[in-house]
Design a protein around this ligand. Structure first.
Ligand SMILES: Cc1ncc(COP(=O)(O)O)c(C=O)c1O
Length: 430
């Protein structure tokens, strides 16, 4: 058996019949058996500008030959500063402070630490409790699994103390097959107040949510829910963190979710699409309010004792700058808004096919949920995933949900191909 211990994979099953992707261009991968595979998941929710962008390759090569690595601990290199300037301009107003990481999981842990340290800096060190949400995915580091809401990702491990969760918003009567935001459930956000009474409001540091939960099956927030959440955090006096590792960089048709929903958090976590998935990178955006608390101390002391050897790696920054050039030039930060009506109509055209129990969409995100086969989770959806792959479509499944998030360069013809293939697969699967 290969020494490669694959992540989140049944290694023995996979290695008995491997599916290898050997190259990629635009909307398509090429498989090891030389087939064209339409990418309906932008890799793992991150290749927003499409595959094989030569401009990014050239920018990375140039940067690597000029400066391969330089530290950012009490030293610096120009491109990390330049990229942060551009990121801050793309972010919603008032998010002018960028902390670099190397992954979504690191962005999550960085954001949680900033939230706790913020209260400490304000002389309110009792505020350490973190509130997550059921069915949230915040990566795999200890902070992320602690605030995350997936039982099977948590139960083997010793999660952090002082964490609690509000309910997820999925499965509410009247919300199934909603187009866009579902109508019911905004008051679920008021569970923050309930937990504040239980734990004491002045113990709570932050509430963290994905504006649209992605990895657990595209759970779209009910109308008014995020506004209620903001109001509840203000009542409790805690920070609101948006984990935008998936929704960031154009997935909803705006650069970030606050610009879509009109709700401002205090901290925004990103990774994935920041440089089109070409090199490991993430970025945490702190609001001016948060940053200001950190600059009350003596100027010769680090504002936060935190960072990674490769925070702001020059090659990752070069990839990010080139990605931003493409996204801006081709209007990709807002393209999901243009494509959303066609996308919504196409995904909901599957309504009525057998075994489908829900369909959801927002921006260029979508999910088709299937009934469990014989009460066993995930089996039917996984069979559909393998059949789609045989028919030339990479369609990510998570549990009983097929979750779709194509590159933002998608054209009408790709949408047609995608949903025609899924339709055939659903119809041919018991
Ligand atoms: C919302 C969210 N947060 C965090 C992560 C973790 O990112 P990474 O796998 O880059 O560590 C993911 C990954 O899918 C995610 O969807």
């Amino acid at each position: 058996m290969s020494p490669f211990w694959m992540p989140f994979t049944a290694n023995r099953l996979f290695k008995s019949n491997p599916r290898l992707l050997v190259s990629a261009k635009g909307m398509y991968y090429t498989s090891h058996d030389d087939r064209q595979i339409l990418d309906s998941s932008a890799g793992l929710w991150l290749v927003n500008a499409g595959h094989g962008r030569q401009e990014i390759v050239d920018a990375v090569a140039k940067q690597m030959s000029q400066l391969d690595y330089a530290p950012n601990f009490s030293m610096g290199h120009p491109i990390a500063f330049e990229f942060a300037e551009r990121l801050a301009k793309l972010a919603p107003p008032g998010f002018g402070h960028v902390f670099y990481t190397n992954s979504g999981s690191e962005s999550v842990d960085t954001g949680l630490k900033i939230a706790q340290a913020y209260h400490q800096a304000k002389g309110d060190g009792r505020r350490v409790r973190l509130i997550g949400r059921e069915r949230a995915y915040h990566g795999v580091n200890y902070g992320g699994i602690s605030v995350g809401g997936l039982g099977y990702n948590r139960r083997l491990f010793q999660t952090l103390p002082n964490v609690d969760h509000i309910s997820h918003t999925h499965g509410i009567e009247g919300n199934f097959f909603s187009k866009g935001q579902p109508p019911n459930g905004r008051d679920l956000a008021k569970e923050v107040d309930r937990l504040a009474i239980l734990h004491g409001p002045d113990n709570i540091a932050a509430v963290i949510v994905e504006p649209v939960a992605g990895s657990t099956g595209v759970l779209v927030p009910p109308v008014g829910y995020l506004q209620e959440l903001r109001a509840a955090c203000d009542r409790v006096g805690c920070l609101l963190i948006f984990d935008e590792v998936i929704t960031g960089y154009g997935r909803l048709g705006t650069p970030f979710a606050p610009q879509y929903f009109g709700v401002m958090p205090d901290i925004i976590l990103t990774a994935k699409g920041i440089n089109n998935g070409t090199l490991p990178m993430g970025a945490v955006f702190a609001s001016d309010k948060v940053w200001d608390a950190f600059v009350q101390g003596p100027p010769n002391v680090a504002e936060i004792m935190h960072g990674y050897t490769c925070s702001g790696h020059p090659a990752a920054c070069a990839a990010g700058m080139a990605t931003m050039d493409i996204m801006e030039r081709e209007g990709l930060y807002t393209r999901a808004a243009t494509m959303a009506p066609k996308w919504e109509a196409a995904i909901h055209s599957l309504n009525g096919l057998k075994n489908i129990v829900d369909i959801r969409n927002l921006g260029l995100m979508g999910a088709i949920e299937f009934a469990q086969r014989d009460g066993v989770p995930g089996v039917r959806a996984f069979e559909m995933f393998t059949k789609c792959y045989e028919k030339g479509l990479l369609a990510r499944v998570t549990g009983d949900v097929m979750a779709l998030s194509p590159p933002l360069i998608i054209e009408d013809s790709h949408i047609d191909q995608m949903f025609q293939t899924i339709k055939e697969v659903v119809e041919s699967t018991d």
